[in-house]
Design a protein around this ligand. Structure first.
Ligand SMILES: C[S@@+](CC[C@H](N)C(=O)[O-])C[C@H]1O[C@@H](n2cnc3c(N)ncnc32)[C@H](O)[C@@H]1O
Length: 347
């Protein structure tokens, strides 16, 4: 077997340093009774818990694929200078300071703290919850500031590598085309993390970052402040302020498991409406029941440990059939560790 190249070693060193950093926070938060304190041993699960080896092997497979894509030039590696460093230490402090509040919310099953008459006038009811028992729900500036750190801690440093798998079908779709003439919409852009990867690779692609949370859109503006050709929209994915057939690519990363079943259908319909004929829809979200052998216990535990009111129905959601109702043609479904990338074409 050939020795791994220096760049491969550098990639692995960086990837596993991230795992150590975020898995360390995962363990620390658990000790503090925080977000990940819920243990599979605490509950009766129908499915058998995977072995540590199974989990580590699946994680290694994700990194192997991520590296293979980077090495083959499918997309750029995770080395943009505006990430990590001192800000990681700052975020770590903020994350840890928030852990007791999350622990308290979970103990008291308190998930309606952001529900108020004022908020009801502006947002749908299903949106006004403390998903994952997070402080401020989707509404506060603090929530937006620590969100990326929380997600990486939940996934022990693998979230970005999973998100990057959604770049693979985008790269294939854009091959040989002039990116300056094309539009990509990221629905539920959160803090703009995924769009920053898109822009690392296709800086002149026209993009729209859409999210219902004013503070998450503000965070996305900040994340993407050095990038050009981006519009921002504070809007509901159920009724997007975008013209019919205006988008070449639509992405939705970690959105659908947070939506009630009916709303999922409405949003897929909206995505089909704004896509041009020949356009691409890339959905990245949690694996579902039966997607990865031995992992059903992980998805079974998740909604018991966190406030995820629509996750169980998501596990059984027929994504392919939903796309077909909206006249989207199913193309592929590819698991990537704890997530999967599903693609559709608009005929
Ligand atoms: C789990 S986060 C995913 C964020 C981001 N895509 C990522 O990769 O981390 C879910 C996001 O969906 C947004 N969201 C939820 N319901 C929405 C809706 N109906 N319309 C627009 N955005 C919505 C939330 O504000 C939040 O930013």
């Amino acid at each position: 077997m050939a020795a791994p190249s220096l760049s491969r070693l550098a990639y692995s060193a960086q990837a596993y340093a991230r795992v150590a950093w975020y898995a360390g926070h995962h363990i620390l938060a658990r000790r503090m009774g925080g977000p990940t304190a819920f243990e599979h041993r605490d509950v009766k699960l129908r499915n058998k818990w995977p072995t540590r080896d199974q989990i580590l092997r699946a994680m290694r497979d994700l990194f192997d694929r991520d590296w293979a894509n980077i090495d083959a030039g499918v997309y750029a590696g995770p080395d943009a200078p505006d990430r990590g460093g001192l800000s990681a230490i700052f975020r770590s402090r903020e994350f840890l300071r928030d852990v007791p509040s999350v622990a308290r919310r979970r103990r008291d099953r308190a998930h309606d703290e952001v529900l108020s008459d004022e908020a009801r006038a502006k947002f749908p009811r299903y949106y006004l919850q403390n998903f994952h028992y997070q402080s401020g729900g989707w509404l506060s500036e603090e929530s937006a500031r620590i969100y990326d750190f929380q997600v990486e801690t939940l996934f022990s440093g693998t979230a970005d590598a999973m998100r990057r798998q959604a770049l693979v079908p985008i790269a294939a779709h854009l091959k040989g085309r002039d990116q300056r003439q094309l539009h990509l919409l990221d629905v539920a852009c959160g803090t703009g993390r995924f769009l920053s990867f898109v822009k690392d690779n296709w800086p002149r692609l026209k993009a729209t970052a859409l999210d219902l949370s004013p503070n998450y859109v503000a965070a996305a503006r900040n994340t993407l402040r050095l990038r050009r050709d981006i519009d921002f929209a504070e809007a509901n994915a159920e009724a997007m302020p975008l013209a019919d057939q205006s988008q070449d690519i639509v992405t939705a990363i970690f959105l659908f498991h947070e939506l009630p079943p009916k709303v999922r259908g409405t949003v897929v319909g909206e995505i089909a409406r704004v896509l041009k004929p020949g356009g691409l829809f890339v959905l990245l979200d949690s694996i579902q029941d039966g997607d990865v052998a031995g992992f059903d216990a992980l998805t079974e535990l998740f909604p018991q440990a966190f406030h995820e009111p629509y996750y169980e129905s998501y596990l059984a959601w027929n994504i392919r059939a939903e796309g077909e109702v909206a006249e989207l043609k199913f193309v592929s479904s590819t698991p990537a560790y704890l997530s999967k990338v599903v693609t559709f074409a608009r005929p």
